[in-house]
Design a protein around this ligand. Structure first.
Ligand SMILES: [Zn+2]
Length: 311
C-alpha cells in the first residue's frame, strides 16, 4: 500500500525558498510506475496528525516556537541566497500544515503495514528532529510519533528502526535511548553530518574508503540487530542521499550507484519479509532531480514483494 498526496510536492517558491529538497519524489515514483511498468498503484491520501500526536514526542515549548519564522530558517538551514522573503506569498510557519500531513502519511503507512505486511509513505522520514528542537531539515519526528501512536494503541509492543539514510538517525537514537521496546539501527557515513553522533542501539559507520563494502556491512548489521532484538514491526528509513547523483554537498563522502542502492533496499525489504515482520518504509533524505530513481526501485520492489505490482 502506498501513501501520498499531491500536497506533498510543496510549492517552496511560495515561501520564498530555493533549496533542492526533492519534494516531488513521490509524484515521480508514481509517474514512473505508470510509464515504465504500466502499473497504477492504489494510493491512499493521509490525514494530518494532531497536536496531541506531536506531543507524544515533542515539547510544548518547541511546538510553540514553530510560530516564529526564525525557528524555520534555522531548521531548514536557509542561507540568505536560499530564502527571499520579499518573493514569498506565504509565511514560513504555514509550512507546519505540510509537515503534519506528511507525519500523517507515516502514521498511516504504519497502520497499513500492520494490516497488509508492507506499506510506504512516499515522503516523511524526519529522523534528525529532537524532542525539543528541529534540526537538519527535520521539524517533527514522524517516525517516533507513529511508533508511539501505534504502541499506545497496543497494535505493537516493540519496533525496530532500520535507518540507511546517508546521515545518522540521531533524533531516533535520542528519542528512544531509554526505551527498551524500540531498537534503533543506523548505518551511515562516518564523515557526514552530524559531526557529533548520538548512540543508537546499533550504529554502523561507513567511511568514504569503505564505501565499496556497504552492502556487506549492511547485511552484517542486520544480522547483529536481529540477534539482539526481535521486533514486532520495522520502520525502514530509506534515504536516497547516499546516491552518487545526490546533489547535497555534505553527502559527497558516499557515492553509491543506483544498482547498489537497489540491492540495499531489496536486502532490507526481503530480510524482514522472510522473517515475517511487517515493514513500513519512508523516504527520508534525498536531494536534487535524480534521487527519485532510488525510491522508484525500492517502491517497485516493495509492491512486487507484497504481490501488489500488476503490470
Ligand atoms: Zn540524510
Amino acid at each position: 500500500m502506498l501513501i501520498h498526496s499531491a500536497a506533498y510536492n510543496t510549492n517552496l517558491a511560495a515561501f520564498g525558498i530555493d533549496k533542492p529538497f526533492a519534494l516531488d519524489r513521490g509524484a515521480q515514483v508514481l509517474k514512473a510506475l505508470q510509464e515504465r511498468d504500466g502499473h497504477r498503484p492504489a494510493v491512499l491520501s493521509p490525514d494530518p496528525i494532531s497536536a496531541a500526536h506531536a506531543l507524544m514526542v515533542h515539547s510544548n515549548e518547541y511546538l510553540d516556537s514553530l510560530k516564529n519564522a526564525d525557528t524555520w530558517i534555522k531548521i531548514l538551514e536557509l542561507k540568505d541566497e536560499e530564502y527571499r522573503p520579499e518573493l514569498a506569498t506565504r509565511e514560513l510557519p504555514e509550512l507546519l500544515d505540510d509537515i503534519l500531513l506528511k507525519c500523517g502519511g507515516t502514521l498511516l503507512a504504519c497502520e497499513l503495514a500492520l494490516k497488509f505486511d508492507m506499506a510506504a509513505n512516499l515522503g516523511g522520514g524526519y529522523h534528525h528532529a529532537f524532542p525539543g528542537e528541529g534540526r537538519g531539515y527535520c521539524v517533527l519526528h514522524d517516525i517516533a510519533i507513529a511508533i508511539r501512536s501505534i504502541k499506545r494503541r497496543r497494535m505493537i509492543s516493540s519496533a525496530m528502526i532500520v535507518d540507511v539514510d546517508f546521515h545518522q538517525g540521531d533524533g531516533s537514537a535520542v528519542i528512544f535511548k531509554n526505551d527498551p521496546s524500540v531498537f534503533t539501527f543506523s548505518i551511515h557515513s562516518k564523515e557526514g553530518w552530524p559531526e557529533e553522533k548520538q548512540q543508537s542501539d546499533l550504529d554502523v559507520e561507513v567511511s568514504e574508503a569503505e564505501s565499496h563494502l556497504y552492502l556487506e556491512k549492511l547485511a552484517e548489521g542486520l544480522e547483529e540487530a536481529l540477534d539482539q532484538f526481535e521486533p514486532d514491526f520495522v520502520l525502514y528509513v530509506a534515504g536516497s542521499d547516499p546516491y552518487e547523483k545526490d546533489v547535497l554537498p555534505g553527502t559527497r563522502f558516499m557515492n553509491l550507484s543506483l544498482d547498489t542502492l537497489r540491492k540495499r533496499d531489496q536486502l532490507v525489504i526481503d530480510y524482514f519479509a522472510e522473517e515475517g515482520v511487517p515493514l513500513a518504509m519512508v523516504f527520508a533524505g534525498g536531494y536534487g532531480p535524480d534521487v527519485w530513481e532510488v525510491h522508484y526501485n525500492a517502491v517497485r520492489h516493495l509492491l512486487d514483494r507484497s504481490g501488489e505490482l500488476v503490470t
